[in-house]
Write a protein that binds this ligand. Structure first.
Ligand SMILES: [Zn+2]
Ligand SMILES: [Zn+2]
Length: 92
């Protein structure tokens, strides 16, 4: 039995429930992942911090984790679950 990993938002330090929509920004060199809430103010911090990290020459991949109750089989922006109502600007 492994305990579920506690995810904290890198923007507001609040806890993110894994079944709720959230964003992961993964450092492809280290595998370290920064997580952010899907809400607009945390997404904004996510974009700002990712731009700063990209400018530092690091390589990142963004993952969008949809709600566990999201009805779309292959969800994206504008999914019927409404996970990411405010689309995050593409950082490159
Ligand atoms: Zn947050
Ligand atoms: Zn969704």
């Amino acid at each position: 039995m492994s305990r579920p990993r506690v995810i904290r938002c890198a923007a507001c330090a609040g806890r993110i429930k894994p079944q709720h929509p959230h964003i992961g920004v993964e450092n492809l060199e280290t595998g370290e992942e920064f997580s952010y809430h899907a809400r607009p103010d945390c997404q904004k911090r996510c974009v700002e911090e990712t731009v700063t990290r990209l400018e530092a020459g690091k390589v990142f991949a963004a993952h969008h984790y949809h709600s566990s109750s999201c009805p779309d089989a292959a969800p994206g922006f504008g999914c019927s679950g409404g996970c990411f109502d405010t689309p995050m600007a593409v950082a490159n």
